[in-house]
Design a binder for this molecule. Structure first.
Ligand SMILES: [Zn+2]
Length: 467
């Protein structure tokens, strides 16, 4: 499997540390707001990555965190904790806020048929692991303490900036009046590992005892602590949105590698942004859509997944309602073709020629998914297969096989129970059409209609439905 590695800026063959095991860590949501379709695009692409490995018989250990503490509104340790901010004045506790949005997140993933990680782990359940890691960093001299926090000293980690390619000196602090910044913090690139429950955080609802007094962890440390706990000190793939690359992932590398002295991640997998009508999603533009908004427009979540599949993960994608409506039509068409294939005759043995064709389709599909996850190409191969002259039962088997990667729930397309005489009429229509005897096929079609059924064409043959 070849993948683009954001760290080397090259496409590389992944050589897992312990094949057939592949360790995959994905940064999860901060559960202070609704999961939107931009997040869902990222998690769908990570799902496609996982499924592609599994299709090739790798055993993927997939871990994801749920951030329910410590993620501040500012990237530079400024601002407030996002969850505490949300809970304030809402009449809910921080814990209730976290639970509500974590549930919505899970519901959204399930709607998109995203396979849930083997471990979906909460930051608040891993405070001890984070404290232990901070202590390890402290013993090795990578931290310093102020009245307000414990910081990671980026000047002590010589390769800081290797992921984003930004030099330390280029990281300038944006001076904003309303923002509180610890006067004792030495450099803008240093980042908090532990915040103390005092000053601006004196009223922080979530807090724990620690060697540095009562407080709560910074955001970045949770991913290092949980990733190492469940997957080991070096993992095969770390995935996330491209917005996490310059700060969050840079900091994860620094603190992990400083603690262990080993490479943290083999391949960094980053997903590009989703735009809505050519613009960044935001509440102020009122273009912040969730799975519920999609359902309100009578669009199935599988149509949204099909739309995501049409753009490569490293390309920006522009979401429009027109595009997702077109995907809905395409998805119906796909479902009809599956029904048509299910309604066709039993298997006959494959000729040598057709057999090699089936093998060729399968090989091309695997090549596409293995070449930096070219899912749009894999999807095109599936449509091409549907149009091909591969016999129906084999076509159906192969499409359902491909769907283990694509995840379009095609296996759930039901086989309608049609009366025997209707099936016979359908068969006669197919035969007559094959012989280009349109008079006869029309006659049978009318007979079928008189009995309350309609016949429709798809590129995989006819499909019969109740009127
Ligand atoms: Zn993370």
């Amino acid at each position: 499997m070849k993948l683009y590695n954001s760290l080397s800026r090259k496409i590389e063959e992944l050589k897992p540390l312990k094949p057939p095991l592949v360790t995959l860590y994905a940064c999860g949501p901060t559960v202070y707001d609704y999961t939107h379709i931009g997040h869902l695009r990222t998690y769908t692409n990570i799902d496609l990555l996982r499924r592609s490995f599994e299709y090739q018989n790798f055993n993927v250990k997939h871990v994801m965190n749920i951030t329910d503490v410590g993620h501040l509104t500012g990237d530079d340790d400024s601002g407030e904790d996002k969850l505490e901010k949300k809970a304030k004045g809402s009449g809910k506790t921080v814990w209730e806020v976290a639970k509500f949005y974590a549930d919505f997140f899970e519901k959204s993933l399930k709607a998109l048929n995203v396979l849930l990680p083997k471990q979906l782990v909460k930051a608040t359940d891993h405070i001890k692991d984070m404290i232990a890691l901070i202590q390890q960093l402290q013993e090795k001299g990578f931290t310093y303490e102020t009245k307000e926090a414990v910081y990671f000293d980026t000047s002590k980690f010589s390769s800081y900036g290797k992921l984003s390619g930004q030099k330390l000196t280029e990281k300038l602090q944006q001076a904003r009046k309303e923002v509180h910044i610890d006067a004792e913090k030495k450099s803008p690139s240093d980042f908090a590992l532990w915040f103390k429950k005092q000053g601006r955080f004196a009223d922080h609802e979530m807090s724990w005892e620690s060697p540095w007094g009562e407080g709560f962890p910074g955001w970045h440390i949770e991913c290092s602590a949980m990733s190492m706990k469940y997957l080991g000190e070096t993992i095969d793939i770390h995935a996330g949105g491209i917005d996490h690359l310059p700060v969050h992932h840079e900091n994860e590398i620094a603190q992990s590698e400083a603690a262990t002295g080993k490479p943290f991640v083999k391949i960094w997998f980053h997903n590009e942004f989703l735009l809505v009508d050519g613009q960044k999603m935001s509440k102020s533009l009122n273009n912040f859509y969730t799975i519920d908004d999609v359902a309100k427009k009578k669009i199935e979540s599988m149509a949204l997944r099909l739309l995501f599949l049409q753009t490569h993960y490293r390309k920006q994608m522009n979401f429009t309602w027109e595009a997702v409506q077109a995907a809905q039509l395409a998805y119906r068409n796909l479902q009809d073709q599956i029904t048509a294939l299910r309604q066709q005759k039993e298997r006959t043995s494959l000729s040598e020629d057709k057999l090699s064709k089936v093998d060729d389709f399968r090989k091309r599909f695997v090549d596409a998914t293995s070449s930096d996850l070219q899912i749009p190409q894999a999807l095109a191969i599936m449509w091409e297969l549907l149009k091909s002259n591969v016999p129906s039962p084999d076509k159906l088997d192969l499409v359902l096989d491909f769907d283990q990667v694509l995840g379009l729930e095609l296996v759930n397309v039901k086989k309608e129970q049609l009366p025997q005489n209707i099936l016979e009429l359908q068969e006669k229509i197919n035969e007559a059409r094959k012989e280009k005897n349109f008079e006869m096929s029309d006659k049978y079609r009318k007979e079928l209609e008189d009995q309350g059924f309609i016949v429709e064409d798809t590129s995989s043959g006819t499909i019969v439905k109740k009127k």
